[in-house]
Design a protein around this ligand. Sequence first.
Ligand SMILES: *Cc1c(COP(=O)(O)O)cnc(C)c1O
Length: 366
Amino acid sequence: MIKFLDLQKITAKYADEIHDAVLRVVDAGWYLQGNENKTFETNYSNYIGTQYTIGCANGLDALIWIFRAYLEMGVMKPGDEVIVPANTYIASILAITENGLKPILVEPDIETYQIDDSKIEKAITDRTKAILIVHLYGQCAYTEKIGEICKKYRLKLIEDNAQAHGCLYKNQKTGSLGDAAGHSFYPGKNLGALGDAGAVTTNDEKLAEIIRAVANYGSSQKYVFQYCGRNSRLDEIQAAVLTTKLKHLDEDVALRQEVAKRYINEITNPKIILPKISNWKSHAFHLFPIRCTERDRLQAYLTEQGIQTIIHYPIPPHKQTCYKEMNHISLPITEQIHKEELSLPISPVISTLEINFIIDTLNKWK
Ligand SMILES: *Cc1c(COP(=O)(O)O)cnc(C)c1O
């Protein structure tokens, strides 16, 4: 069986360094908010190209804290609107609704799967305060036009960079393109911890200061509480593991891009729609999404042949039970993508033989 993602193999690749990092923390006797957090935050800021990184418990929290900080600053008020792509992982939408803000869903482009920038302006009202772009599947969602819209309407630009570590827009890393970005280090992400972990990156000092406080009980001085915060800290073991893995991120993303190049050049079955790539550096290939009108039959065939695939995602956010108030909305492009999408195995540790077999098996399918 070719696994969709072999996490054991991903960790094994850097096993010695990761073991050293974990033991370093175990032996240090300091497990939260110590030097490992500081080191990782500095290195990650340098990598992304922002002034500040604030580690937190997971990627969902990172996004929640960005909106929460804007509420605390008075930049946003409950009921304000945030424009977001309709085809995203639920976390992007939850971060908005969790803060009493209203998600305004915008359709993606059917070829890139990223928010369709020609549909954004129509969605803007006098309550719109921000655009949350999601670099879905690892591909850059930012466009010059989105930047111009944010300027013109004075909107905050927030990035959901959970799937796009190592992705570039021109010479800039995603996560440094807007006012703030949320990152997830969930184990399966391009930069994955050995458990839950996340971070916010930003150049806004005030925002950074508030996020650091709200993610730590609302306190920036021990036993003094300025906000009603939560406990959402990044622990030292995860920070140490992330510092180690960050050193290898670019090398691993390059390997993902090599796998994607082979898929794109060698999958020739006309029933399969391949992702459209305009710039290789602008796709970090967290996932390799294909589309097929007979998706479920294709997935069953691949399973039978020993290839594990995953659908990202089977049900769009606006059709989920938790968002009953949005269930009536019709978003045909988003719904089509959710019906047709299938993600092939891709990772820095997938073997040439496995890739050969996947390509062959797909090309033989009738
Ligand atoms: C994984 C993911 C998140 C949330 O990250 P967690 O660390 O799992 O909370 C947010 N947005 C997107 C697009 C994701 O893929």
